[in-house]
Design a protein around this ligand. Structure first.
Ligand SMILES: O=C(O)CCC(=O)C(=O)O
Length: 265
């Protein structure tokens, strides 16, 4: 069983888990990411900032639907188990996953944002796992967090991720832009197979990737039993979500929407 500092998650807004997956799972996840890249199935986020540099920042969402490896990692084994313990939930659902490849030398940072503005779900049992598939020091773009930001009442407007421009028709305050060296900012250098877990309301960002290796990552976003459906105007649509009334508990909504439930052991 892998261990995590749940108290730090709730106090600071994020915690780290070392050696979270097996080498077999790591190899499978890397192969699945590479198959997405080879098939050109990822969106080019660098294009959103008009970057013409050769290394690109590419990403995609909900690849668990076509790659069983991602579904397996997100819903079985040590990752959902540790997330459920931290969130103190006896049921856990995969809201979505995201593959994020920052190629070696990409200068495109991930801008400050919180995740909750992108999710059509509300509640405290919302967390994102960021699983490093390559060695990820800060210079490669591992996530940095603002200490305690998840405890503030402010709700931030979702952005285009690589720019501070808000997604049209969304609501909320503009996310602040902090210096990564600010004393309120913290994070971890990660080895391949390590992960961080952050609360959906924790402000976070990442540098570009100035290392000579690609930074492949799998972000897995979860919701627990005490969450409810809450449509967020303008946020990216989620298949099936609009068929469920606001306020519906996740235990009912997940089945209607088709969100996979994790097997907690
Ligand atoms: O990988 C990145 O650069 C950003 C990922 C992120 O912010 C997230 O998954 O919440």
């Amino acid at each position: 069983m892998v261990s995590a500092n749940a108290a730090q998650f709730w106090e600071d807004g994020a915690c780290v888990v070392r050696h979270a997956i097996t080498t077999t799972e790591l190899a499978a996840a890397r192969a699945a990411v590479d198959s997405l890249t080879a098939a050109d199935e990822l969106a080019d986020l660098s294009a959103l900032v008009d970057s013409d540099e050769t290394p690109r920042f590419k990403a995609g969402v909900d690849h668990w639907r076509t790659r069983d490896e991602f579904l397996r990692i997100a819903t079985t084994g040590s990752i959902p188990a540790v997330v459920a313990r931290i969130l103190d939930t006896d049921r856990l659902w995969l809201y979505e996953d995201s593959v994020l490849v920052k190629e070696a030398g990409s200068t495109v940072p991930t801008r400050w944002h919180t995740d909750d503005g992108y999710f059509h779900v509300e509640g405290d049992q919302l967390a994102t796992v960021w699983l490093a598939l390559d060695p990820s020091p800060r210079a490669a773009g591992s996530l940095r967090f603002v200490r305690g930001s998840h405890r503030a009442d402010t709700r931030y407007r979702p952005t285009l991720f690589v720019t501070d421009d808000p997604i049209p028709n969304t609501i909320g305050a503009p996310a602040p832009t902090l210096d990564l060296d600010d004393q309120s900012v913290f994070g971890w250098d990660l080895a391949a197979g390590d992960l961080t877990i952050h609360h959906a309301r924790t402000l976070h960002a990442a540098e570009g990737n100035s290392t000579p290796c690609a930074r492949r990552a799998l972000s897995i976003r979860y919701c627990g039993v005490a969450t409810v459906v809450q449509p967020k105007p303008g946020a990216p649509t989620k298949v099936g979500m609009s068929t469920v009334s606001p306020g519906t508990s996740m235990a009912v909504a997940a089945e209607a929407v088709g969100l996979p439930e994790a097997i907690l052991t």
